[in-house]
Every structure is written in structure tokens, then in C-alpha cells.
Design a protein around this ligand. Structure first.
Ligand code: PLP
Length: 350
């Protein structure tokens, strides 16, 4: 069976981790500093703060922006529950918003209808597809771009993550590059970034305010730094695999609207079927062909379902969870495996 996702750890990555282990300094240190410097050069400015996870990065972003008790935070319903967790941990209230059918990203029009009073928005660049950030900007509204799927990606104008107040990344095992766990916050505003750094640095402080240990280790940072050097190659490889799947895509099946855009980071290759029966048939068909595929988000995982909100207010997401299937797309796939997935896809009759 071809796994749905697996990290690609190369000899140079092992070497980088081993050199940290040999150094005698394994906690937050020079490798974390290097990771932060890498992000500053990636974005050509600003300040970065590495943390223990993407969820920690979201939480700390809300803290830094002063979004807490009494604040409402708009989140797309079609997203990781980490968004809800971070909002609740910060003491704020989530306002759950429906998504767009072509991009799977937060719908700016629904944002106006379902979360007009939200003082903060966390749009997700879903599976690498750029969310329409500029349509969400409003005076007095904070914006945290969830870039956990879009590292390395750009839209027509710019690198993804530079428009909002903060960009948040995750290095969990299944992400574009990984440290096993890990997260990072990037902000253009040095005062905001200083607040975030202050919260992470709990030890040896003269003033006491409650802070928390959300640090990343140098072991993780070394692994991330090593893979980050291959980011361009990772992006190109994913685009190439997507191209061969698209060439084999049977009539009647669709993908996200921007998947062939030149700047696109293709984090997941998600096929959209006309209905539930076709999705389940495709799932079985790929299984029989030795290819693991997954339902990227199930109905029960939709954030409005977790909060027991009326599903009738989320028609797009409710439909999407029945008609989507994610196929393996990662740089560790061999040519033979890519051909196997492609061949299976080509033989499917919707
Ligand atoms: C993975 C992910 C997160 C959470 O990151 P962790 O490192 O697992 O805490 C948040 N948002 C999105 C879109 C993600 O994919």
C-alpha cells in the first residue's frame, strides 16, 4: 500500500540533528535562532518566533494581539480543531464561518454575515490555496494568516503570509517540512513580535507575570532548518506530481480552482466528486489499486459541528465533506508510486 503521507528525512537531515546531539546543547538555542533568521530572510524582514506547535503559535498570536476575554474570533468551519482550541485557550469566543466551494477557504461574504462583530479573523490557506485576505481586511480587525499548509507558496502578488498582522506555521509530522512537532509565528511589527517573544521566555525573568513553556528544541529546529533548504525543490516536486494526476483525472472530477497556479504550494491533492457515492467508490477503487487515500475532513470534524451550531448555516462545508478525497502527494513518492496512483486514477469511471 502506498501511504497517504510520510515525511522525507534525508541523510543531511539526520546529520543536522546528530550535530545538535553531539554539541551538548539540545534545548532552545542557536538552531532555533537560525530558524527564526531563516524566516526573516524568507519574508525579507519582520520578526519570527519559533514555538512548540502550530496550536501554540495560534494561541500566542492571539495573546500578542490582545485578543482574549470578550473578543470574537472568526474561523472557517472547514479547518483543523486547533483553531478552536487556540481561541478558547486565549479566553476568546469563536465565530464559525462557511467556506467557498472552489477554494475551500473562508468566504469573505459569509464573514460579513456570520461574524460581522469579530475583532480578529484566522483564515486558513486551505491545502495551499491562498485565501482572499484582502477581502477580509477592515479597520480595527486583526488578521492571523494560518499558513500551516502554504509555506513556500505565493499568490499573484506576494508570498503567502505577508498581508495579515501575523502568519502562523506548523512543523507537525504531516506538514510540508517537519520537526516532528513545532510551530512558528512571523510578524512584521517588531513591538507585536517582542510581546510574543516575551511570553515564550519564562525563565530567569525579574518581573513575574504568568508565561508558559512553548519553546522549540534545537533538535527540532535543526531538522526543520535542514529541510527548509530544500523548500523550492519540495514545491516543484509536489507541482510535478499534481500535474501527472491532473493529466489522469477522469471527466466529472474536480480539484481546487487554483491548483495549477505557478506560485501554488500543493500541500494536498484533493479530488472533488459529484456526490457521496462517487467519493466512496473512488476511495474503494484507490484502495484496491494499493493506494491509501483519506477523507481530509469528515463531517463530525467541521468546527460548527463540534460547537453544535445549525448545519443549515454551513451548506458549502457540509457538502464538501461528502465529496472530497485526498490522494498521496509528497516528495518521498517514487516515480513508480506516482505512476501507480496516476494509473489507478485514470482507470476510475465516475
Ligand atoms: C496542523 C495545523 C494546525 C496545528 O498545528 P499543530 O502543530 O499540529 O499544533 C493549525 N492549522 C492548520 C491549518 C493545520 O494544518
Amino acid at each position: 500500500m502506498i501511504p497517504h503521507n510520510t515525511p522525507l528525512i534525508k541523510d543531511e537531515d539526520r546529520e543536522a540533528v546528530d550535530s545538535v546531539l553531539r554539541s551538548g546543547w539540545v534545548a532552545q538555542g542557536s538552531q532555533v535562532n537560525t530558524l527564526e533568521a531563516n524566516y526573516v530572510s524568507y519574508f525579507d524582514g519582520g520578526v519570527a518566533c519559533a514555538v512548540s506547535s502550530g496550536t501554540a503559535a495560534l494561541f500566542l498570536s492571539l495573546k500578542g494581539l490582545g485578543v482574549g476575554k470578550g473578543s470574537k474570533v472568526a474561523v472557517p468551519t472547514y479547518a483543523c480543531s486547533a483553531l478552536l482550541n487556540a481561541v478558547f485557550m486565549a479566553g476568546a469566543m469563536p465565530s464559525v464561518v462557511d467556506i467557498l466551494p472552489d477554494s475551500f477557504c473562508l468566504d469573505p461574504v459569509a464573514l460579513g454575515q456570520q461574524a460581522a462583530d469579530a475583532s480578529c479573523v484566522i483564515p486558513v490557506h486551505c491545502y495551499g490555496e491562498p485565501a482572499n485576505i484582502s477581502a477580509m481586511l477592515q479597520p480595527g480587525r486583526k488578521l492571523i494568516e494560518d499558513c500551516c499548509h502554504s509555506l513556500g507558496g505565493s499568490d499573484a502578488n506576494d508570498l503567502i503570509g505577508r498581508t495579515g498582522d501575523i502568519a502562523v506555521f506548523s512543523f507537525y509530522a504531516t506538514k510540508i517540512i517537519t520537526g516532528g512537532q513545532g510551530g512558528l509565528i512571523w510578524a512584521n511589527d517588531p513591538i507585536l513580535a517582542a510581546k510574543i517573544h516575551d511570553y515564550r521566555q519564562f525563565d530567569c525573568r525579574e518581573d513575574y507575570v504568568p508565561r508558559f513553556n512553548l519553546q522549540m528544541t534545537d533538535i527540532q529546529a535543526a531538522l526543520i532548518n535542514s529541510q527548509m533548504r530544500r523548500l523550492k525543490a519540495i514545491k516543484a516536486r509536489r507541482q510535478l506530481i499534481a500535474k501527472s494526476y491532473l493529466a489522469a483525472l477522469p471527466e466529472g472530477l474536480k480539484v481546487q480552482s487554483g491548483i495549477t497556479d505557478v506560485g501554488r504550494m500543493i500541500y494536498r491533492f484533493v479530488v472533488v466528486t459529484p456526490d457521496l457515492a462517487t467519493r466512496d467508490a473512488l476511495h474503494r477503487h484507490m484502495q484496491n489499486a494499493g493506494v491509501s487515500s483519506v477523507i481530509p475532513i469528515n463531517r463530525y470534524e467541521l468546527l460548527h459541528r463540534y460547537l453544535k451550531l445549525d448545519p443549515n448555516h454551513y451548506p458549502v462545508a457540509e457538502n464538501l465533506v461528502e465529496t472530497t478525497l485526498s490522494l498521496p502527494i509528497y516528495p518521498g513518492l517514487t516515480e513508480a508510486q506516482v505512476a501507480q496512483v496516476q494509473g489507478a486514477l485514470m482507470k476510475f469511471r465516475p
